[in-house]
Design a protein around this ligand. Structure first.
Ligand code: URA
Length: 425
């Protein structure tokens, strides 16, 4: 077999066999296939797509590239959750303790921030002492003891995805539905859960910009799940503006705690309730109405917050020591009108520039910085009224760049539903 023939085959829109995909992916992992050859193949896949069989083979090859976690010793349904990523998305921090408080086993291996979007592990590590690099044995013990765990993906979990994702990131090949589906599903399948809920973000601030692509991605992932006998549900949710009011690691932990105590912003609270009800329905095999009632009970009676404290304590975190910068600058509107658009990616980028995200894998993060939105899309503001607060530390971002993230006009702008639809197997 020869990699150039395989690239040419995909360039000519022909279907690759399982053996050809194995040759390409395994060769890339053992370095016999070079970055430039894999980049070319990835671009051909981006442009010409893949059949259902090719996507399944690719997922399976990636899944088998490293370790898998066996949670079958836990005699209950394990439900995992994944978000395709967005700005201000702190749902996992709230959702996992909430569903665990309802009696659902919630094991999760999370990632770090990608580009302008934050990662759950970076948020949890804003809590001083929080240990996310537990061994698989420690992960299993925690799930057995408190029903929930959130750790960073072990180095050897789907190593093919790590290598391919880094290359996709720098070769313009992230936005391909077959590549996204195989990347997400290989990791979810390797983490050992029985059922999977995917929060599929759609909009300007998300990887997937329109609802048709989101539906196609959902159906590809559900079909992959079927091949492994895993129920997958995709909830298509809006990411045309940041979720909640806080962006930045410590600020997002603080907002997650607000939601758990019943004082959080409405959008993130509503979203968490829908995601949690779906996970609880799947985990306990009850009706959605019963699941919804249980979720609201556990949120309102403080058990979800207590479970969050259990999780933080178990993994060594100390919330009292968490730092939010006290160098706070208020940014005011330079005109009167409706906030017709908040440019979500750009605002995520501002937080990254403040030090809240990484440019290189090795960069350290300043958890104390970020943004607190005072207005959301559709609000009416007067000239000189506050739009947001910037929590800064060592790094600066020009005020004009921050103001450019807001379009203030006479039009109230689009108002999108928070949840578009739920797609089941
Ligand atoms: N999230 C992933 O894990 N992989 C992708 O390819 C895109 C989003």
């Amino acid at each position: 077999m020869n990699i150039v023939d395989i690239i040419n085959k995909k360039r000519l829109k022909e279907e690759l066999t399982k053996e050809e995909l194995e040759y390409a992916i395994n060769g890339y992992i053992d370095n016999s296939i070079k970055d430039y050859q894999m980049s070319s193949l990835l671009m051909a896949i981006c442009l010409n797509g893949m059949s259902d069989d090719e996507i399944y083979y690719l997922t399976d090859i990636m899944l088998k590239s490293g370790d898998t976690v066996d949670l079958s010793f836990i005699n209950k349904v394990k439900v995992d959750k994944h978000s395709t990523g967005g700005v201000g998305d702190k749902t996992s921090l709230i959702l996992l303790p909430l569903v665990a408080a309802c009696g659902v086993v919630a094991p999760k291996m999370s990632g770090r921030g990608l580009g302008f979007t934050g990662g759950t592990i970076d948020k949890l590590e804003a809590i001083p002492g929080f240990k996310s690099d537990l061994s698989v044995d420690e992960f299993k013990r925690e799930i057995e003891e408190i029903g929930v765990s959130d750790i960073s993906q072990s180095e050897n979990l789907v190593p093919a995805d790590k290598k391919l994702y880094s290359l996709r990131d720098v070769t313009g090949t992230v936005e391909s539905l077959p590549l996204i589906a195989s990347s997400i599903m290989s990791k979810k399948l390797a983490s050992g859960a029985d059922k999977i809920v995917i929060d599929l973000k759609v909009g300007d601030g998300a990887l997937i910009k329109n609802i048709d692509d989101a539906r196609r991605l959902a159906s590809i992932m559900i079909n992959i799940g079927k091949k492994y006998n895993k129920e997958v549900r995709c909830i298509l949710t809006d990411m045309n503006q940041p979720l909640g009011n806080m962006i930045g690691n410590s600020l997002e932990v603080k907002e997650a705690i607000d939601v758990l105590k019943g004082n959080g912003p409405k959008d993130i609270t509503d979203l968490v309730i829908v995601l949690a009800s779906t996970m609880v329905q799947m985990g306990l095999n009850i009706s959605l109405e019963e699941a919804n009632k249980l979720v609201l009970d556990k949120l309102n009676d403080g058990s979800a917050f207590n479970k969050f404290l259990d999780l933080v304590r178990y993994q060594g975190g100390n919330l009292e020591d968490m730092v939010i910068s006290d160098k706070v600058i208020s940014v005011k509107s330079n005109k009167t009108g409706f906030v017709s658009k908040i440019k979500t990616n750009e605002l995520g980028e501002v937080v990254r520039k403040l030090g809240g995200g990484r440019y290189e894998k090795e960069d350290s993060i300043d958890p104390s910085v970020g943004i607190e939105l005072v207005v959301k899309q559709g609000d009416y503001v007067l000239e000189d009224e506050e739009l947001l607060k910037v929590y800064m530390n060592e790094k600066d971002v020009p005020l004009s760049e921050i103001l450019d993230c807001f379009i203030i006009s006479n039009e109230s702008g689009e108002s999108n539903p928070l949840i578009y639809e739920i797609i089941c197997s």
